[in-house]
Design a protein around this ligand. Structure first.
Ligand code: EPZ
Length: 417
């Protein structure tokens, strides 16, 4: 299993280039199934979630090769419509293949992706949206057996602006007769990136990134080439690490506008922020100030994926911060591990009260989810002494070259078997 060992207390200085966005590339890889051809996806990070998605593509019959950050996906041959449970359960976002496989094969048999460490991860909105387009979906022995003989575009309203349900609806709508309008769609930048790729394939999708997405179906589609957008949460992670260590860094190849809510809070904590067209420079104060409250919201609100990072960063600050998690049921698991490092955090259901302390100390802790694991790294970098982080495989789901990049910034960090 191995562990990450960090000797904290060293301010981070220097520059880091941000890799392609996990939450953009996963649905884009699924979208390559929609039409046969040779797709080229660039700026594709080497992450375990990407490797699992490539396994699913190969299981379906696609040929996938990697050269550096470029993936070539050949979906020309006839593809299977079945994804085995062992693969579906490895990755929550595998549900995104439901819309894509249905669009291509008019049928699909996939297992439900199951929950994850953030609490139950229902897919009712995905199923409801696809049924509204004409898909027949039955749940048999943990499998979703789907058929889509006649798909008709129509107006769909999502009860929650679900990222995955928006993406699944878009992926199926491109194959539907007529026009689909998705109301209360998720507005995340990753949705825009998926729409950009689908439009390069010949689809006609308007309004991606707003809460009303229009898809004109049955356009002639062909394979496409696309460069994945940068990962805004990975960028936020390095910025929080610099803030937690009183350092000064530049993150390059980012879209600052994707991080507005995060940068606003970092500025309120006393960090000096400088933004360029594709970089952000952060200079941290010696002591971070707490902010009265942080509330996670759908984009463009404060991202739930950055919540654990700020929980860790503000554990060492002056004052008290109240953090409300409105998106997921249990996304404060990391709080208990942070308390082992001297943090003073009390959690009541979806609210955490963080009473800032002067310093954190190293301890033996365990990651239990992707962003919680990254949060432990942020805390350990700012703590005095040695921290061992077990189960680092959670972190490798979403962070490429994490230890190497932090080492370049001056961190004393290493992976040990
Ligand atoms: C995506 O998950 C991201 N994952 C998550 O990032 C991110 O936290 C989340 O969006 C919110 O921004 C990927 O893009 C691969 P949702 P997704 O559907 O699509 C409820 C990370 O760390 N809901 O927007 O699964 C759901 O329970 C990951 O990179 C239903 O009730 O999230 C949640 O409370 C973690 N029924 C809320 O909606 C449904 O059918 C938002 O979930 C679907 C969702």
């Amino acid at each position: 299993m191995g562990k990450i060992v960090i000797r904290g207390g060293k301010p981070l200085f220097g520059e880091v280039t941000i890799h392609g966005a996990k939450n953009a590339v996963l649905p884009i890889l699924a979208a390559t199934v929609v039409v046969g051809g040779v797709h080229i996806i660039e700026n594709c990070p080497e992450l375990s979630d990407v490797s699992t998605t490539v396994e699913i593509l190969k299981e379906l019959g696609a040929k996938v090769t990697r050269c550096g950050d470029k993936l070539t996906i050949d979906t020309t041959c006839e593809l299977s419509h079945y994804i085995p449970e062992k693969l579906m359960r490895k990755l929550r976002s595998s549900i995104i293949f439901m819309g894509a496989v249905l669009a291509r094969n008019k049928k699909a048999k996939i297992s439900s992706p199951g929950g994850c460490e953030l609490g139950p991860r229902p897919i009712d909105l995905h199923i409801k949206a696809l049924r509204e387009l004409g898909a027949k979906i039955t749940e048999e022995h943990g499998y979703l057996v789907c058929s889509a003989d006649s798909l008709l575009g129509k107006e769909i309203h999502l009860d929650i602006p679900s990222v995955g349900a928006t993406e699944n609806a878009m992926l199926l709508a491109v194959a539907a007769e007529g026009t689909t309008v998705i109301q209360n769609a998720a507005r995340e930048p990753e949705i825009e990136d998926l729409a950009l790729f689908l439009n390069k394939m010949g689809a006609k999708i308007l309004g991606a990134g707003t809460s009303t997405v229009t898809v004109v179906g049955r356009k002639k589609l062909t394979a496409a080439q696309h460069r994945v957008m940068p990962d805004r949460i990975v960028a936020a992670t390095y910025l929080c690490a610099a803030a937690a260590t009183g350092g000064e860094i530049i993150v390059r190849d980012v879209c600052p506008e994707h991080l507005s809510a995060v940068l606003a809070v970092l500025s309120d904590c006393g960090c000096m922020i400088q933004k360029g067209s594709n970089y952000i420079r952060l200079c941290a104060p010696k002591t971070l100030l707490s902010v009265s409250s942080i509330k996670t919201m759908p984009y463009p609100g404060f991202p739930t994926d950055a919540q654990s990072l700020f929980l860790a960063m503000l554990s060492k600050s002056k004052g008290t911060t109240i953090i409300s998690e409105t998106i997921f049921e249990s996304r404060f698991c990391v709080a208990a591990e942070l308390c082992r490092m001297g943090a003073k955090i009390s959690v009541d259901s979806r609210v955490a009260v963080v009473q800032g302390v002067d310093s954190l100390y190293g301890a033996c802790v365990s990651a239990a989810d992707l962003r919680g694991g990254a949060a432990l790294v942020v805390a350990a970098l700012g703590a005095s002494g040695k921290t061992e982080i077990n189960s680092p495989h959670y972190i490798y789901r979403g962070y490429e070259n994490f230890e190497e990049n932090l080492k370049t910034l001056g961190a004393d960090i290493a992976y040990e078997e």
